[in-house]
Write a protein that binds this ligand. Structure first.
Ligand SMILES: [Mn+2]
Length: 227
């Protein structure tokens, strides 16, 4: 039997259509014969999904949606998973991402297009306190595309670290957002992947493996129009 490539999303039902579109792109560009694609949608509320997709109910639906993402390795019984935002468009074979060696890091991710280091995050969101100021020159990753070693995540207690860091962000500009906490929890433990795996659409679309819209789309300005 072929091994699986695990690909997960964590959404409310509002995001289902966008998520299914994202999944369809992955299927359309999938070329490898080595693996089966296994799609998992973790639901923060209850809804039904097409039968070739696995629905898992979130174990912490009471938390803000972004915070729930810190619990993904505990909610899935897998050793490795690709996490994707719903606003991603994959235009290459996803097995190339799956096959990347993480070199003992906990996750693979891509530098944030708008916020390249902690310095810009601290300034933009007024996080002028520890531990955010202790890593001011380190690169900052975007959480929309992550290749996760779930075993290492658990061994290092990343979920618990994230939850503590999230609570420090209460009352700041990043309350209910996960990226600053995620970045501190995984500091020096993430591998910087090729930017094409999480590419904010601009000038030259041809370089893209996964285009990520950073939430920058609407019904009026639909993201699929660019192709
Ligand atoms: Mn996004």
């Amino acid at each position: 039997m072929k091994p699986d490539i695990n690909i997960c999303y964590l959404i409310t039902s509002d995001w289902l259509q966008l998520t299914l579109a994202s999944i369809n792109y992955i299927k359309q560009f999938y070329k490898s014969s080595k693996y089966n694609l296994r799609f998992i949608i973790i639901g923060a509320d209850r809804f039904s999904v097409p039968k070739d997709i696995i629905y898992v109910r979130s174990k912490c639906p009471e938390l803000p949606l972004m915070y729930q993402r810190a619990h993904i390795p505990d909610m899935l019984d897998v050793s490795r998973v690709i996490f994707l935002d719903s606003d991603t468009v994959t235009t290459t074979c996803i097995s190339k991402l799956w096959d990347i060696d993480l070199d003992n890091n906990i996750i693979g991710a891509i530098g944030h297009y708008h916020l390249s280091t902690f310095k810009s995050v601290v300034a933009r969101y007024s996080l002028h306190f520890e531990p955010f100021t202790s890593c001011i020159d380190l690169p900052f990753f975007n959480g929309g595309v992550m290749l996760i070693d779930c075993n290492k995540w658990k061994e290092n207690g990343i979920t618990h670290k994230c939850m503590e860091l999230f609570s420090l962000c209460k009352g700041t500009g990043v309350e209910n957002r996960n990226e600053p906490g995620l970045n501190v929890a995984l500091m020096n433990n993430w591998k910087q992947l090729d930017e094409r795996w999480n590419y904010y659409p601009r000038d030259n679309y041809k370089k893209t493996y996964i285009a990520h819209y950073y939430g920058n789309y609407s019904h009026e300005k639909h993201r699929h129009n660019v192709f």
